[in-house]
Design a protein around this ligand. Sequence first.
Ligand code: HEM
Length: 82
Amino acid sequence: MLNIHVPGLTGLSAANDGKFPFLDTLMAIDGRTGVRGHGSPMPIWGDRYVASALEDAGFHGSELIVRGRLMALVEYIESIQQ
Ligand code: HEM
């Protein structure tokens, strides 16, 4: 059902001189800042995470929850680098 090409995520370090591009990966997934806001097939996960954060957490509270979830995801992606 996924009919567009999506990049593999286990070679990000290899493509970056052996160093995991932590911040770039975080921003690529978050998607709320930088060029991705201007159109990419990938959903803006930062917006999705904000929408799913606890309603009574408030603006600043939800941002902390969103950051925590994004950091956990990026750390996972770092752990599967080949
Ligand atoms: C939890 C799920 C996902 C994660 C963690 C994720 C993560 C990433 C990351 C880190 C990149 C940058 C890769 C690079 O710099 O080489 C990327 C790019 C991309 N992703 Fe995803 N992705 C997810 C789901 C999706 C889905 C569902 C789609 C499409 C429906 C998608 C489409 C793309 C495309 C087309 C690119 C390359 C172009 C661009 O950066 O906009 N991704 N993704």
